[in-house]
Write a protein that binds this ligand. Sequence first.
Ligand SMILES: [Zn+2]
Length: 202
Amino acid sequence: MLKLFFIVLSMFIITGCQNIFPKVKTDKTTRVLKEKTDTQSHKADKTIKILKKEIHTQNHKVVLHKLFQTVNKKEAILVQKGPNKKYCAVCGMNLVKFYKTSHAATDSNGTVHQYCSLHCLAENLSQGAELENPQVVDAHTLKFIPVQVAYYVVGSKIKGTMSKVSKYAFKSLDDAKKFQAKNGGKIVDFYSAWQIAKKDFH
Ligand SMILES: [Zn+2]
């Protein structure tokens, strides 16, 4: 009788254990899976964060190097005075951003004005402004030169400022020719470039 009791007890223990073990195992498996999922979602979060950062950096880069005209702040020569010295005297655009097409001239009061483009200089003249000593940025050296000595490459594939027909000026004919060989357009003097700029207004 006692033996039978032990047999029943043993069976009960074994059955009990069988019921317990899978449960423990399942719990453990669930926990491992959960941890794995957590790690994976953490990894995914991390990946998304990295991707977002890369996209942000790319956008940042695009903004910085988007335009051919844009130069570093340190490279830009700003000849105006006062709080608005960084902005085109006619349209108000940022002169550092559109530096390589920038022009400058002095009015009858001796005040120097800087423009984002030949377009804005031409507009100022058409408004009746009396200007002297007109200058343009040499797109190669980034220094101002008198417009009379500049070679303008007009209508190249590089986008212009305020105009569908781009105009980039060079002091050296060689530099103008190199730019033209790479980007197209024709080489003209200031007067011709100005006449082409005036067509923007018709
Ligand atoms: Zn302008």
